[in-house]
Design a binder for this molecule. Structure first.
Ligand code: HPA
Length: 236
């Protein structure tokens, strides 16, 4: 057991998919994994281990925001030996060329959080994805026919920001989308020498606010993203 996860040693696979929403973790376990068993119910942050195409994989919610994902990802890495972590989530587009339902692979994550600055006040330390995972995910997404953007995202501490204009201005520097977890996940992976990647589908656009999705469209995009995440996790 760790402080926030009640799994016994060995119950969590060394590869894990990390949606923000614990009910999405349950959905993935029920719809994509075989013989899935729940390993965590503490704080309803459900986690499951099963098999995908014969490979042992886990899936667990992280909650929203960098403090929450940092707690779970650190315990998964340090206390349970997880080596490959793929966040699967949603993001808001801040770039007119990035549209709802499209996929963003976070090659890097800028952040307004103190989570890195706290340790490295005099440095701007880029938070980057694991290249092997990024490369695999890109080719898998392309094979699935998904419109896929690769580049910077902004990991923000603030969903309801009073400075939305500044975030949107980052879109003009080529930052694709805003979300709330990738930078912290990448920093933890760097600290512990493990592999991490953030895959996001665009759920809303801050620059094309008229763009909208139906629940069914969101579900289909979500399903495609899960396939990219799972296929990337098991790729050799
Ligand atoms: N901001 C931050 N995180 C998000 C957004 C957003 O607009 N959309 C989805 N995740």
């Amino acid at each position: 057991m760790s402080i926030h996860i009640e799994a016994k040693q060995g119950q969590i696979a060394d590869k894990i998919l990390l949606p923000g929403d614990p009910l999405r973790a349950k959905f993935i376990a029920e719809n994509f994994l075989e013989d899935a068993e729940c390993f965590n119910t503490v704080r309803n942050m459900f986690g499951y281990t099963g098999t995908y195409k014969g490979h042992r994989v886990s899936v667990m919610g992280t909650g929203m925001g960098m403090p929450s994902i940092s707690i779970y990802a650190r315990e998964l890495i340090v206390d349970y030996g997880v080596k490959k972590l793929i966040r699967v989530g949603t993001a808001g587009s801040i770039n007119p060329d990035v549209h709802v339902r499209e996929l963003v692979l976070a090659q890097a994550a800028a952040t307004n959080s103190n989570i890195i600055r706290n340790d490295w006040p005099e440095y701007d330390l880029p938070q980057i994805a694991d290249f092997a995972l990024l490369d695999k995910a890109y080719h898998i997404a392309k094979e699935l026919g998904m419109t896929t953007h690769v580049g910077n995202v902004l990991s923000s501490d603030i969903f309801y920001s009073n400075m939305a204009g500044r975030n949107i201005a980052l879109g003009k520097l080529g930052v694709h989308a805003i979300e709330m977890e990738a930078a912290a996940l990448y920093y933890l992976a760097a600290q512990h020498g493990v592999q991490a990647l953030g895959i996001m589908t665009i759920s809303d656009s801050l620059v094309n606010p008229e763009e909208d999705t139906t629940a069914e469209e969101r579900q289909n995009t979500f399903t495609d993203m899960m396939k990219v995440g799972l296929e990337t996790l098991i790729a050799e």
